[in-house]
Design a protein around this ligand. Structure first.
Ligand SMILES: Cc1ncc(COP(=O)(O)O)c(C=O)c1O
Length: 368
């Protein structure tokens, strides 16, 4: 019987995300833009918003050219704009489900964004994992990835990876795609945490690669719900059919702003903030090395945070942090639902807030 698992991280955010009294270092979104700020910086966007209408948007003429130029992609790569990467993940898995034999295995990273596993289980797919393990400094074992690619027809990679912030190099991605291609398998690369300045896209790596992106995370537009999936035309066509049954189209607001934001992606990127904040986190971790450690701030917006002097349960640490008004997500509620002691720390907020939140964490941990 297909299982509908609870999405624990989303339940967690429902509970805490909108509490104004907390410094939120749980989120993986970089500082969200305000519309007011946006239209002040880009007057053309103000005009576009004022003159937009609420018909079904002409997505293909307005959005596709901007996606092609964002990736500098060859014309034979097909794109589908989606309501955030979340819809792109759903459509990709559902489209591949229609193409694959029922016994075909989906390979999924662990820990990782809950939709990969949740939707695969809902489709009653056999799932196997490859791991980012604490014992391996939260790094991937490359042989584990390629061996899994030999056993599955669909393999999902999140590059950069949420929550560790680590990256997989392009050579390993190509090798993995090649192994999958031998049995007609596909590689799905979720790049929502990729900034072009940090990392090259996997788009074009091989013919059996689907790439997913969005403006939610490193660009700071989570509520706009503007994402996309790119890949071979025949698979994108299937996703389009599925989308026609589900959401029909991205919203007119996303279709108006999305292409303009893409064409200004350098100017709207949260890259500079993230680079500054990565240094802040590194310095904080090194100044408090007797208390805590984090994964390196390589890419993305998050790190895994571990308490070195763990003398209490992570639930209790979480409660004490909450009492001091700072929010991080316990691993148990963030993709690692068994026994885990780590936390996800998101560092994409304003730098002064981040510093204040990190100070509070260190203060609370010192009190154990
Ligand atoms: C790896 C990953 N992919 C996709 C998403 C969904 O992003 P979006 O807001 O664009 O739907 C998330 C959200 O946290 C994520 O972590």
């Amino acid at each position: 019987v297909p299982k509908l698992e609870r999405f624990h991280l989303e339940d967690f955010f429902c509970q805490y995300e909108h509490r104004p009294d907390l410094i939120n270092l749980a989120s993986s979104d970089a500082l969200p833009w305000r519309i007011e700020e946006l239209v002040a910086r880009f007057p053309r966007m103000a005009t576009a918003i004022n003159t937009a209408d609420c018909r079904y948007p002409n997505v293909f003429d307005t959005v596709l050219p901007e996606l092609l130029s964002y990736y500098k992609a060859p014309r034979d790569v097909a794109f589908l704009p989606t309501s955030g990467a979340a819809e792109a993940i759903y459509l990709s898995l559902q489209a591949m489900h229609c193409l694959l034999p029922t016994t075909a295995v989906v390979g999924i990273p662990k820990p990782a964004y809950g939709a990969f596993e949740g939707i695969s289980l809902l489709l009653d797919r056999p799932v196997e994992h490859y791991f980012y393990r604490e014992e391996q400094n939260w790094q991937l074992r490359t042989d584990e990835l390629t061996q899994l690619a030999q056993r599955c027809h669909l393999l999902i990679v999140n590059n950069p990876h949420n929550p560790t912030g680590s990256v997989i190099d392009s050579r390993l991605l190509r090798e993995t795609a090649d192994v999958l291609a031998e049995r007609g398998g596909m590689l799905i690369v979720d790049e929502v945490f990729r900034l072009p300045d940090d990392l090259d896209s996997a788009l074009g790596t091989a013919d059996n690669v689907l790439v997913i992106g969005s403006l939610s995370k490193v660009y700071g537009f989570p509520g706009l719900r503007f994402g996309w999936v790119a890949g071979p035309q025949d698979i994108i066509d299937r996703m389009r059919t599925l989308q026609q049954y589900v959401t029909l189209s991205i919203s007119c607001f996303a279709a108006t702003l999305g292409p303009m934001l893409l064409s200004n992606h350098q100017a709207i990127s949260r890259h500079d903030l993230l680079v500054t904040n990565r240094r802040v986190v590194e310095e904080w971790a090194s100044a408090n090395s007797g208390l805590l450690k984090t994964t390196p701030t390589v890419c993305g917006t998050t790190v895994v945070l571990q308490v070195v002097t763990q003398s209490e349960s992570s639930d209790l640490t979480f409660e004490r942090l909450l009492a001091d008004k700072v929010l991080v997500v316990p691993g148990r509620r963030c993709f690692d639902y068994g026994y885990s002691t780590w936390f996800r720390l998101g560092y994409g907020t304003e730098t002064d807030k981040l510093i204040q939140g990190l100070d509070r964490i260190a203060t609370v941990l010192r009190r154990t």
